[in-house]
Design a binder for this molecule. Structure first.
Ligand code: AHG
Ligand code: MN
Ligand code: MN
Ligand code: MN
Length: 345
């Protein structure tokens, strides 16, 4: 059919959202929440691109609940996300890597959506100008998630924790924005995966990837092999096997790792292969957080025809017990993830 760029038929995130509303895949409330997330990503893209000339590199001077020293942009990106979401009047609860506990949002008047996010992923890369990203997930408001009839702060907090500790399989929306050679917003509303590339000339996300499918098999693996000595034997054996060219028709797998989940995942989603962050002797349950890194990425992987696994369990089946709970993550092409799982049996 006619190219999406036929004059007068420019497919932007906005027109795509209207299309999904017409198809009743989402309702207008969710469309407003996604639009506010896209606005946050546009602002963060601009901040990231100019970090080195606006005194936004370096440390903020505090640590987050995961025990990581917050970069200035971690904190700024967190504020940008919170402000954009708050202004929709449709958010009930927020949970972020950079917030110790979930936050109950005041002033919601139409919908109590629950949004979890990693406002700046791969932030160790920011000072070197290497790709970073944002990751987000949206859960449906359930009737009992309202907190306005509660006046005890402790009760409000407990309710907010319950609101966000849901299995990834319940996600309504999951996505990320990659801030790299181009700014790419990738998302799913449960009906496949689409990608939009930001066009600064019109200030819009333009549909560039109408139907992302992860190849069933790839030839790239993305693991931080600096941790090899700390991995359990099954993971060592798996990586050793990917390097054994006699197993792969004379060509071993290639290693690609930039230390930014969004960048490594996006390449894996488009090219195929596997991204892995295993548990190790120092990080006994892995490094990545279930709620706002592993679950949204696993939802996207499955919606694109791939898998998201801890090695022994489907990530989307896990219900977080703690907001910043870590789990091992192996995600990407079916072939490589299933092969990895065979080393855990
Ligand atoms: P964040 O910057 O949001 O804390 O996430 C960093 C994560 C992830 O982006 C990346 O894949 C991983 O940490 C890199 O960890 P290592 O540096 O230990 O490989
Ligand atoms: Mn961090
Ligand atoms: Mn992250
Ligand atoms: Mn982060």
């Amino acid at each position: 059919d006619a190219s999406p760029f036929t004059v007068g038929r420019l497919f932007t995130l906005t027109t795509w959202l209207l299309e999904q509303e017409k198809r009743e895949v989402i309702d207008s409330e969710v469309a407003i929440v996604i639009s506010s997330i896209a606005l946050a990503c546009k602002q963060i893209a601009s901040l990231v691109n100019r970090a080195g000339i606006s005194n936004l590199t370096g440390l903020a001077g505090a640590a987050n609940q995961s025990g990581e020293d917050q970069k200035k942009l971690d904190v700024v990106a967190n504020d940008v996300f919170a402000n954009c979401l708050r202004s929709t009047g449709r958010i009930g609860t927020l949970a972020s890597e950079e917030e110790d506990v979930p936050v109950s949002v005041e002033g919601s008047y139409s919908g109590d959506y629950i949004v979890v996010f990693d406002p700046l992923d791969g932030s160790s890369n920011i000072d070197a100008g290497i790709s970073v990203g944002s990751i987000f997930g949206v859960y449906d408001p359930s009737e009992e998630c309202r907190v306005d009839e509660l006046d005890d702060a402790e009760e409000v907090l407990n309710k907010c924790v319950l609101n966000v500790c849901k299995a990834g399989s319940e996600l309504l929306v999951a996505g990320y924005c990659l801030y790299s050679s181009s700014t790419v917003l990738v998302l799913t509303v449960g009906d496949g995966v689409v990608g939009f590339t930001f066009d600064a000339l019109v200030g819009e996300f333009i549909l560039s990837h109408p139907d992302i499918k992860v190849p069933d098999k790839g030839k790239i693996y993305a693991f931080n092999e600096g941790n090899y000595g700390r991995w359990e034997q099954g993971v060592k054996d798996y990586i050793d096997s990917l390097k054994d060219e006699s197993k792969w028709g004379g060509t071993p797998y290639s290693a690609r790792y930039i230390g930014s989940l969004v960048g490594d995942f996006h390449r894996t989603l488009l090219y195929g292969g596997i991204y892995g962050y295993p548990a190790d002797t120092k990080n006994k349950t892995g490094k990545l957080r279930l709620l706002y890194e592993c679950a949204p990425m696993s939802y996207l992987a499955e919606q694109a025809g791939g898998l998201g696994s801890t090695g022994t369990q489907r990530v989307l089946d896990l219900v977080p017990e703690k907001i910043h709970q870590r789990v091992p993550l192996f995600c990407g092409s079916k072939s490589e993830v299933e092969y990895l799982e065979s080393f855990f049996k």
